[in-house]
Design a protein around this ligand. Structure first.
Ligand SMILES: [Zn+2]
Ligand SMILES: [Zn+2]
Length: 204
């Protein structure tokens, strides 16, 4: 069970976002199984108490459902227990989002804390629809995708600025005003000032 409650509340959002319905067919966007699916078959053969550390060092892009993260690093400790495997540790990654003013890409680092029991597929709880645990699949792998995805969504702010004084795009010509001043930038008139000016013109 997740130790933090908000993840459960996100599960429905996860469902909506992670499945794409096209032409009536529901498909699951591909994530990167090479990195995000851990083969734990060898751990299942060991007795309770056996521990193994998995290092992560992926400088490139990783697809996680419908988003992309990069620079996934850190270590996870997997501990065989009578019920399954407990995954503990913290991974670090970055997600690229757009500045809300100028649309420039901004890298946001975030942490992914793990404190998770993955149940054995043979555990009676694993087939319980109300079960709150993740389950090791029949092939002996655990999928980290939903945990990474949720953390990337929750930890990265929706409104991001490339810098606090970002000048944004010119609403007239679309130029990035951080990079070059455009001529129309000086012609942008506050509508409130415009009405004040009209009033003064009338009085003169
Ligand atoms: Zn910006
Ligand atoms: Zn302009």
């Amino acid at each position: 069970m997740r130790l933090s409650g908000y993840r459960g509340a996100l599960s429905f959002v996860t469902f909506l976002s992670c499945y794409v319905i096209s032409n009536g067919v529901v498909t699951h966007p591909r994530s990167d199984p090479r990195v995000l699916n851990l083969n734990v078959g060898f751990l299942l053969k060991e007795g309770a108490g056996y521990t193994r550390t998995f290092p992560f060092d992926e400088p490139g892009d990783l697809r996680v459902h419908d988003i992309t993260i990069h620079h996934l690093q850190g270590k996870l400790r997997l501990n065989r227990t009578p019920q399954g495997i407990v995954v503990q540790g913290t991974l670090h990654a970055q997600r690229t989002v757009e500045c809300v003013r100028c649309l420039a890409p901004v890298d946001i680092p975030f942490d992914i804390p793990f404190e998770e029991l993955f149940l054995l597929p043979t555990d009676p709880e694993s087939s319980n629809p109300d079960n709150h645990y993740y389950v090791i699949d029949e092939g002996g792998t655990i999928d980290l995708t939903p945990i990474l995805w949720e953390e990337a969504i929750v930890s990265v702010p929706i409104q991001v600025l490339c810098r606090s004084d970002c000048l944004g795009l010119c609403p007239d010509c679309g130029k990035n005003r951080n990079e070059e001043a455009c001529e129309c930038a000086f012609e942008i008139v506050d509508s409130r000032m415009e009405s004040l000016r009209a009033l003064l013109d009338d009085q003169s």
